[in-house]
Design a protein around this ligand. Structure first.
Ligand code: NAP
Length: 341
């Protein structure tokens, strides 16, 4: 009889599924989110990075706006000094909204690389398609005084600098985040280096089937954020309509059958569906990775979860609205064309 696996045993990174990007590069199909928001300190997230690497994570989703890249850099430096090869890690960072200006893109990327102490980035994303700044921790009613809509010409100026980052060897891949089909169509039309990934909200209650299909058909890898439904997000980011996938009776039932937490069902579903989830965790990261390499959900369970979509967007982006009288739906081009300025 084989020995039971100890609860803290490492999962071999080679057993974690990989995505092949349009460049042929391989990216682990699950990563660790690092947005501690206002309840998990930079040091706690930095400790989680070390712990997660020890149990087999090789993919880390970072961003300058998370305010912890310096602390994470200490962890990455330890990993590299401790025998991890740089090429075995997949490190993502993101350009924040107040750095879209042509003169700011390269400097901002260099700062993230220096803070993270990783030499180069595997992936650098334009975090949001709006250059609108708001202070960390602000209320959803907050607006920046000079807020702007999506202006494709300006986005492309930013994107040209993103392309330059690839040519300079500072980043291996560039990508988009929080985009819509009409915006992506324009970027695909005009880009010299096409986005390798699009990072987007994806969980059982928000499956974005059209956007998901669009990016896959265009050779863009979907990375799914809030894969568990972000149960730890602050009160100010919640609305009464929001639902929690981890409380969905279907997910709870599947979790019970597999003897796992409903959060792990969400992660298993994401990887099996074909997106790359980046669950945040400082306490449960091992269970999430173990879920990805253990007995898969059945086809019937996958069908049951596919039927749970409620079009329930949790990260609505209200702070990026640019004029009075708008609703958050205006940010997401729900009528199939870019919302006019
Ligand atoms: N591109 C973008 O605009 C964007 C936007 C939002 C988020 N993101 C990225 O996506 C990442 C994930 O999103 P998120 O942090 O909002 O939400 P999430 O990953 O859906 O949820 C994280 C929460 O779930 C809990 N959790 C994780 N695994 C669990 C398990 N097995 N059992 C029970 N609870 C579990 C965590 O608590 P514990 O720590 O206690 O485990 C944490 O409170 C972020 O960290 C960030 O890297 C990107």
């Amino acid at each position: 009889m084989s020995q039971p696996t100890p609860i803290d045993a490492a999962i071999h990174p080679a057993s974690v599924p990989q995505r092949t990007l349009s460049t042929g590069a391989k990216m682990p199909a699950v990563g660790l989110g690092t947005f501690g928001s206002d309840h998990v300190s930079p040091q706690q997230v930095a400790d989680a990075v070390l712990g997660a690497a020890a149990v087999g994570y090789r993919h880390f989703d970072c961003a300058s706006v998370y305010g912890n890249e310096k602390a994470l850099g200490v962890s990455f430096e330890k990993l590299l000094a401790g025998g991890h090869k740089r090429e075995d890690l997949w490190i993502t960072s993101k350009l924040w909204n107040d750095k879209h200006n042509e003169d700011d893109v390269i400097a901002s990327c260099r700062k993230s690389i220096a803070d993270l102490r990783v030499g180069y980035l595997d992936l650098y994303l334009v975090h949001w398609p709006f250059p609108n700044f708001h202070a960390p921790g602000c209320d959803v009613t907050s607006r920046s005084a000079d807020a702007k809509p999506y202006i494709h010409e300006n986005y492309m100026k930013t994107w040209r600098k993103m392309e330059e980052l690839v040519r300079l060897g500072l980043v291996r891949h560039i990508g988009t985040s929080n985009m819509t089909i009409p915006k992506l169509k324009l970027v695909l039309r005009d880009a010299e280096i096409k986005p390798a990934v699009n990072e987007m909200e994806l969980h059982p209650h928000f499956q974005q089937p059209e956007l998901f299909k669009f990016v896959v058909e265009n050779g863009i890898e979907p990375i799914g954020y809030c894969p568990i439904g972000s149960p730890g997000r602050p009160e100010r980011d919640r609305t009464p309509e929001d639902t929690a996938p981890t409380e969905d009776p279907v997910i709870v039932d599947i979790a019970r059958r597999h003897g796992i937490h409903p959060a792990v069902v969400c992660i298993k579903w994401a990887v099996q569906r074909g997106q790359t989830p980046i669950p945040f965790s400082v306490n449960n990261y091992r269970a999430n990775l173990a879920g990805v390499v253990s007995d898969p959900l059945t086809e019937e369970e996958m069908r049951q979860i596919a039927a749970l979509d409620r079009n329930c967007r949790l990260i609505k982006g209200q702070v990026f609205l640019w004029k009075e009288g708008q609703t958050w739906e205006d940010l997401w081009d729900i009528h199939g064309e870019i919302t006019p300025p």
